[in-house]
Structures are given as structure tokens and as C-alpha cells.
Design a protein around this ligand. Sequence first.
Ligand SMILES: NC(=O)C1=CN([C@@H]2O[C@H](COP(=O)(O)OP(=O)(O)OC[C@H]3O[C@@H](n4cnc5c(N)ncnc54)[C@H](O)[C@@H]3O)[C@@H](O)[C@H]2O)C=CC1
Ligand SMILES: O=C(O)C1=N[C@H](C(=O)O)C[C@H](O)C1
Length: 246
Amino acid sequence: MTINVGVLGARGRMGATVVKAVENAGDMKVVAALDAGDDFAALADAQVVVDFTHPEAVMGNLKYLVEHDIHAVVGTTGFSEERLAQLRALLAPKPSLGVLIAPNFALGAVLAMRFAAQAAKFYASAEIIELHHNRKADAPSGTAAHTARMIAEARAEAGVTPGPDATTSELDGARGASVEEVRVHSVRLPGLVAHEEILFGGEGETLTIRHDSLDRTSFMPGVLLGVREVLKRPGLTVGLENVLDL
Ligand SMILES: NC(=O)C1=CN([C@@H]2O[C@H](COP(=O)(O)OP(=O)(O)OC[C@H]3O[C@@H](n4cnc5c(N)ncnc54)[C@H](O)[C@@H]3O)[C@@H](O)[C@H]2O)C=CC1
Ligand SMILES: O=C(O)C1=N[C@H](C(=O)O)C[C@H](O)C1
């Protein structure tokens, strides 16, 4: 059976790549490729919509999709706990509808996050460096925030307290942002695509986990998997790690 797919953000870096990937997939077709200002009525035939737009646009888009009974696969970043709660409330009256949100659709990035969560209970000290192209709208990256949350959860489960840090005098921002008590440092440079390092420090050793997306095609197998899986998964799923057989 062919899955009818709509794409939001279709003229953007990710959206344009998604349109090509869906067109090349044997089991799906693009029924609408829309960007800002286009008429969403063109989504009428879509079973699943893929959203790679902007943190400021995505909640409005999702409201439209849920209200029109269209499943959603979302790569757009900017999801706080508050936004996720709003979405769950939006989905409550639609028990057969699925929304999958993944801060990162690249297999290696998902594995890196999982490995970081595994390492977190053994190392009290952890920091994240995320590196992206300089046209990225948000900082820190959604992936870094998700990684920090996974580290915090693993720490809480294992009863690990974040390691000591003696720094007292610092220039504003020199120690990065604190996300769930994990320091996150954001680098923005032309030439980069999407990269993340998770650094752990212990007695006489460090462990570094690094992932590099060198091309936006790295996200496409995960996006296509998401389109297939969201039809079978009602409710809200956050993170591709919950879809992959890890
Ligand atoms: N989850 C993942 O694996 C990945 C997530 N991202 C995220 O995806 C988002 C988009 O990234 P890029 O493609 O690099 O940005 P981009 O700026 O190249 O593209 C965004 C597009 O969305 C359009 N847009 C804005 N509001 C819209 C609306 N209401 N409806 C339809 N289209 C709208 C813009 O006009 C633009 O063409 C960002 O939040 C980024 O962090 C990016 C790469 C991978
Ligand atoms: O904007 C990007 O490019 C990316 N955004 C996502 C994020 O914020 O984590 C995923 C990936 O890092 C690329």
C-alpha cells in the first residue's frame, strides 16, 4: 500500500531533502510539498505529514494536523515539557492518531545518545559540545537538549550526583548553558552540518562519544522509518530510540 505523504518546510534544507527521499521510496508518494504561506488545504489527501519547519511554527502546524486527523512525523526542534504536555492534551480526543517527534533522525546520533545514557551512571561529570552550520535557528540543538535529558534521567535512576566543578569566576557563557545540570556548548560555523560530542570525565580518564552528520541524507532512513511506523503507533512518541529495535 502506498502512503500519501505531505511535507511542511518543503523549500528548506531538510524539507527539500525529505521530498526527494519520499519520491524515491517505493512505498510512499508526495501528495503536497508546502512551505510558509502555502494553503494547508492541499494536505487533504495526506495520511502522514513530515514537518521540518521552525520552532515558532511547529505547534500551530501540529494543531492543524491533529484537528484534521493527519498523522505527523516531526523533526523540527524546540519541544519543551510544556509543549509536549500541550500536544498530549491535543491528541487525547483522537486515540487512533500518531505523532512522532525525533530531535535527531540519524541512526548514529540516536546510538550516541543511547551510549551516553549508558555511560552516565559510571561518570558523574559530563559535558556536551554540539557543532552546527551557522544558519541554524536555535541553540542549543534539540539533540543536545535531548541528550542532556537522557543523561539526567540515567543519573537520577542510578542515584548519581553531577560531579564537582570548582570554577567560580567566569566570563558570561564561558561554561556554556546548563541543561538539566549538564553543560552544553554550541558551536556555529559555515561548513559544518550537524555534529555532537558527549564528554565524560572520571578518575584519570575521559570518554568521548562523537557523532557526525556529514550530509542531510543521513536523516532520511530515520524519517522514512518514522513515516511507516507512525501509522502503527497512536499517541505521542518522542525519540527515534523508541521506534528502532536497539
Ligand atoms: N530531527 C532531525 O533529525 C533534524 C531536525 N532539524 C530541525 O528541522 C528544522 C528545520 O531545519 P532546516 O531545514 O535546516 O531549516 P530551513 O530554515 O532550511 O527550513 C525551514 C523551512 O520551513 C519553512 N517554514 C517556516 N514556517 C513554516 C510553516 N508554518 N509551514 C510550512 N513551512 C514553514 C521555512 O520557510 C523554510 O523553508 C529545525 O528546527 C532544525 O533544527 C534539522 C535537521 C535534522
Ligand atoms: O538544525 C539542524 O541542522 C539540526 N537540528 C537538529 C537539532 O537541533 O538537534 C538535528 C540535527 O542536529 C541537525
